[in-house]
Design a protein around this ligand. Structure first.
Ligand SMILES: Cc1cc2nc3c(=O)[nH]c(=O)nc-3n(C[C@H](O)[C@H](O)[C@H](O)COP(=O)(O)OP(=O)(O)OC[C@H]3O[C@@H](n4cnc5c(N)ncnc54)[C@H](O)[C@@H]3O)c2cc1C
Length: 381
């Protein structure tokens, strides 16, 4: 026997839980499926000021974490910079954060089923899950390997993924975030001090990711940054890191179905952040479902989210060039303007198209002029 509700949502992470809450508040009957409600996710858990700003005011109370105002970053050749943020990055436990979001959905009236959805069929215009529940509308919010996305849009190919390996260090660590870029590393290593554990990891494009080598680099980084901390559980995971073309070619909605969050590939290809996009895409999906017009979802997603991510995908290779990163770290040390741009970037307050505003050409021109004057004086002598 199958039961029918209006909307089925597969995946109870930030994207799915937020959508369920919004629909329930709009009196739309929905069922949220979550396979692993107790799991601590392999995620840095970093909520930048930009991410916190997209979380609705009445949900802010579920954000319990460590507020970090200080980021130390090292370039491939070892140049180190220290950035003081004006607003903190809050680092949360993803288990507690996601549970809080699901609790908010439950309180609003959503139904939550703790089960892994294993099959999807279409029958008489309805989506039938595991031959048990059926829905006229189905939303995929199950992360990068979501069953709804695999069924209707196709699995993300390896070139649209990044791979990560990391460790949880069971310790209360000094409140600073550490980042390390490396030669021949199209990604970065991180040290995110959470409320009770530190998440340390390394991520790179999946096609070139070599576990053994990546883990070696990460261990070296941990040894250097905090050799006194005990290395705990290891995790490996993948996250979407879409190529620029994929944002145009991969469908994110169709007849009665749509994808949100990581399932739609909405993760920043440079930084790997996705929680803000999970919230934003959930809000857009709720709007489309409430208006009973799913066609507006892909249009709005394109104008409000994917433009910025596509820009990041285009810039990615250049961003991770050793020369650019070394020069960038040097510029941040020398120029107040570059430091300001770096701070805004880390706080998530600068979209990629705005990078141009912070062109360092005036600084470079001033340096060249200074050198030229010095050279003229030197020749006169
Ligand atoms: C190592 C790493 C570090 C990261 N660090 C950050 C960071 O610091 N800041 C940031 O903003 N982003 C970060 N991200 C990205 C962030 O984790 C994701 O973008 C975000 O979790 C996406 O939310 P989501 O709800 O779309 O998917 P998810 O959080 O992945 O949630 C999907 C949910 O669906 C459930 N599910 C999957 N399949 C099924 C099924 N068949 N049936 C039922 N349930 C199912 C899963 O159990 C899961 O709970 C990081 C990612 C990684 C891998």
């Amino acid at each position: 026997m199958t039961s029918t509700s209006s909307v089925g949502i597969v995946g109870g992470g930030p994207a799915g839980a937020e959508l369920a809450r919004r629909l329930a508040e709009a009196q739309i009957e929905c069922v949220l499926f979550e396979a692993q409600p107790e799991r601590e996710k392999p995620c840095g858990g970093g909520l930048s000021p930009r991410t916190r700003a997209v979380i609705p005011a009445h949900l802010q109370k579920i954000i319990h974490g460590k507020s970090v105002y200080h980021v130390i970053s090292a370039s491939p050749s070892g140049k180190q910079i220290s950035i003081q943020l004006s607003e903190p990055i809050t680092i949360v436990s993803r288990r507690e954060f996601d549970q809080g979001l699901r609790q908010a959905a439950l309180s609003a009236g959503a139904r939550i089923v703790h089960r892994k959805v294993l099959s999807i069929k279409r029958r008489k215009g309805l989506f039938v899950l595991d031959d048990r529940e059926q829905f006229p509308i189905l939303v995929g919010a199950g992360g990068f390997n979501c069953i709804v996305a695999r069924t209707f849009a196709g699995a993300l190919p390896v070139w649209d993924l990044a791979a990560a390996v990391g460790y949880y260090l069971d310790a209360d660590y000094a409140a600073e975030i550490r980042l390390k870029f490396g030669k021949n590393l199209i990604g970065y290593m991180w040290f995110f001090p959470g409320p009770s554990i530190v998440s340390a990891g390394i991520a790179e494009p999946a096609p070139i990711f070599q576990h053994y080598a990546a883990e070696g680099k990460l261990r070296e980084f941990i040894q250097h940054a905090a050799s006194h901390l005990p290395v705990g559980r290891r995790y490996t995971w993948a996250l979407p890191s879409l190529c620029a073309d994929t944002f145009d070619s991969r469908p994110i909605a169709g007849d009665g179905w749509l994808l949100i969050g990581d399932a739609a590939g909405l993760c920043d290809p440079i930084t790997g952040e996705g929680i803000a996009y999970a919230f934003k895409s959930a809000a857009l999906a709720a709007e489309a479902i409430i208006c009973k017009d799913l066609r507006i979802f892909p249009q709005k997603l394109r104008s409000e989210i994917t433009g910025n991510l596509q820009r990041a995908a285009i810039l990615k290779d250049r961003f991770y060039r050793s020369r650019f990163l070394d020069w960038g770290h040097y510029a941040v040390r020398k120029s107040a303007r570059a430091r300001e741009a770096c701070r805004l970037f880390m706080e998530g307050k600068m979209a990629y198209p705005e990078f141009k505003k912070y062109s360092l050409l005036p600084e470079v021109a001033a340096q060249v002029f200074h050198l030229w004057r010095w050279w003229k004086k030197f020749r006169k002598k």
